[in-house]
Design a protein around this ligand. Structure first.
Ligand code: GLA
Ligand code: ZN
Length: 659
């Protein structure tokens, strides 16, 4: 894409000028050829309205350029300076409880506010014009991690009025909105769009249709906010790429939508955790899934714009990455399709909130273990990474990842522990454990490329979807549909056209007679004629088969012995219905069956926690073996692969090749 393999996020404004040349030469020595800068430096470059001072950034760019280092510049709209807030306090965002989020951190901005847009227009225009002809500025990042901190923002009057505008465009008449939102319930009917509020805190439960449209609106607003800046950049500085640093499964904005505006997608990868310090320790599968999703945003290789380079931490500090782990995590990013890795950050910061979010260099600037490990990794991996630019994992299996479904389940999760992504992960994990390459695709994607398609929690059945799934199966695909599918229409109103799963019951050869929410209990599922049963969670759809065969039954409760998982022939293909959320054991067993049925195979067998991923292009292939465990591991490597066949070290990484 750009020829760059390795980069760092760099903040020259945090360091004395005299240090810049030292940093640049140390970067070059390490193999770094690109930096991202300036995404939080508004006050520095425009200290007062219309007074632009890009001189120091110019200087930093030329110091870096002397060492052969290019840069990507960020627009600073994630941190408007105090002088803007002083003049226009109305741009501070408001949450659903009507609390204003004030200056003093970052993300204290309302993305729809027209006054704020004018401040952005002025800055971004000047910024783009200033760097349009600078050959060392190769690309842009708009804002930073759009959606970050904005989960419950913004409900200000400007956003509310934009929401009404969005509704007007979507529904045309308020009567149509009333119908689609089911406002007959609790006297919620509107006489005009002007009466429709942003869904702030209410005294009781909310209208799910209203909430769902709000989430869709918020996602569209973020995309439009990005487009606003991207248009200015493209108009005033053509010929440079625009990318954005996404956050895996974060769900404020649909990355599939945002991706349409980008030359390529980027992602921020912090496998060490920190914010979610109480989450389960083993998360390699989860990080793999996020990478598979980012790759699917454009269906092409991506960049990692922030790859963990040391301990992470703000107020709470994460665990030290074990020897090998920083390299292992970067290798995982590459294995799933990254062409360029930019490490966050070059050096640990001496000031502000992120003093403990460690860089390649420690606070002292004296190279330590992180530097040594990453430098060795870059030296060893660089030649292979250069060769594999543009190559992709070849996937015969796909999982639908739908923002709409996730939002609808978030609004009405049924069970307090039912989460869309966790549900999806029960399927993903079983494939990952077998090293089956997977794409995480949007609902609109072309399904026909895949032999196995998993459509988890298709709660909202949008027009045309049932037909597309049917066509997929009839043409020979193996389709997996899971619990709570075909329950609602696209507006989040319950469907009543037939039995559940609405529109899919024929396809599944089974229908849901009733259901049971597993509050504070588990149930179990027994596989065919076996004695032993394994756990399932959250929910049980009680099924009656028409044409399907039953391949597993519930083991407990009044519906013990009735179907839990069914299998139906459909044209040349097969459709499974899984009426529950599978525990890991059940998912393992079920996925083994579905893989055999579809003919999809894993790359090779590896011990638990050792991941195998393959990228390929033009008949060449690269096999990554990634040992996410703290013990040495032996993998039986098929003959076709060339390279070191010895045991993998704890947290070790290996790349083999084949033609
Ligand atoms: C995010 C942001 C960065 C920085 C790091 C570390 O990923 O994009 O600006 O804040 O986290 O906290
Ligand atoms: Zn707002």
């Amino acid at each position: 894409m750009s020829g760059h393999l390795w980069g760092v996020d760099y903040y020259p404004e945090h360091w004395p000028k005299e240090r810049w040349a030292v940093d640049a030469s140390m970067m070059r020595e390490m193999g770094i050829t690109v930096v991202r800068m300036a995404e939080f430096s508004w006050q520095k470059f425009e200290p007062r309205e219309g007074e632009f001072h890009f001189e120091e950034l110019d200087e930093a760019i030329s110091v870096l350029a002397k060492e052969g280092i290019d840069c990507i510049l960020g627009t600073p709209s994630a941190a408007p300076p105090a002088w803007i807030i002083e003049r226009n306090p109305e741009i501070e965002p408001v949450d659903s409880a009507d609390h204003v989020h004030h200056f003093g951190g970052r993300h204290h901005d309302c993305q729809s506010n027209p006054v704020y847009r004018e401040h952005i227009r002025r800055y971004v225009t000047a910024f783009a014009e200033h760097y349009a002809d600078n050959p060392h500025v190769i690309g842009w990042q708009v804002d930073n991690e759009l959606g970050n901190s904005h989960g419950d923002l913004c409900y200000c009057p400007s956003c509310e009025s934009r929401f009404r505008q969005w509704l007007r465009e979507k529904y045309g008449t308020v009567e149509e909105l009333n119908r689609c939102w089911g406002t007959a319930f609790w006297s919620q009917g509107y006489n005009s769009f002007e009466q429709v509020p942003a869904p702030r805190n209410t005294a009781s439960g909310h209208n799910p249709s209203h909430q769902l449209d709000w989430k869709r609106f918020c996602s569209d607003l973020v995309c439009e906010f990005h487009q606003f800046q991207a248009d200015i950049l493209r108009a005033h500085a053509p010929g440079k790429f625009i990318t954005h640093n996404m956050m895996g499964f974060a769900n404020k904005v649909s990355y599939y939508d945002l991706g349409k505006q980008l030359e390529f997608a980027s992602h921020d990868q912090y496998p060490g955790g920190h914010f979610h310090w109480n989450q389960r320790a083993f998360r390699a599968d989860f990080h793999a899934a996020e990478l598979d999703m980012i790759r699917a945003v454009k269906g092409q290789p991506y960049w990692v714009m922030e790859q963990q380079s040391g301990i992470t931490g703000w107020e709470i500090v994460g665990a030290a990455p074990k020897p090998g782990q920083l390299a292992l995590w970067a290798a995982q990013s590459i294995a799933h399709g990254a062409d360029t890795i930019v490490f966050f950050r070059w050096r640990s910061c001496l000031m502000g909130t992120e003093q403990y979010w460690h860089g390649i260099l420690p606070h002292s600037g004296i190279p330590g273990r992180y530097y040594r490990e990453l430098r060795a990794f870059m030296e060893q991996t660089g030649p292979a990474l250069r060769d594999m630019q543009g190559s992709m994992p070849q996937c015969e299996a796909a999982i639908i990842r739908s923002y709409d479904q996730e939002w609808a389940i978030d609004i009405q999760p049924h069970h307090p522990e039912l989460r869309y992504i966790n549900h999806l992960m029960t399927c993903y994990r079983a494939l990952w454990n077998r090293n089956v390459p997977v794409d995480l695709i949007p609902e609109e994607a072309d399904f026909s490329r895949y032999r196995l398609l998993i459509a988890p929690l298709m709660f909202l059945m949008k027009p045309g979807m049932a037909d597309r799934l049917r066509a997929y199966a009839e043409n020979g695909g193996t389709l997996i549909v899971t619990m709570r599918s075909g329950v609602k229409d696209e507006h989040d109103l319950a469907l009543a056209d037939g039995p559940l799963p609405c529109g899919l019951d024929d396809l599944c050869g089974a229908w849901v007679t009733e259901y049971d929410c597993l509050l504070q209990r588990e149930n179990h599922v027994r596989w065919r004629d076996e004695e032993e049963s394994v756990g399932c969670q959250c929910w049980c759809d009680l099924l009656e088969t028409t044409t399907a065969e039953t391949i597993a039954v519930y083991a407990g409760d009044f519906y013990a012995g009735t179907p839990a998982i069914t299998k139906n022939r459909c044209g040349r293909g097969t459709v499974y219905y899984v009426g529950t959320q599978m525990g890991n054991e059940l998912a393992e067993r079920f996925m083994a069956e579905a893989l055999t049925q579809s003919g999809v195979q894993g790359l090779l067998d590896t011990p638990f926690g050792v991941e195998a991923v393959c990228r390929g292009k033009d008949g060449r292939r690269w096999l990554f073996l990634l040992n996410h465990t703290g013990e040495a591991q032996t993998v039986e490597i098929p003959e076709e692969w060339q390279g070191d066949r010895g045991p993998l070290e704890p947290y070790g990484t290996r790349i083999l090749t084949a033609r």
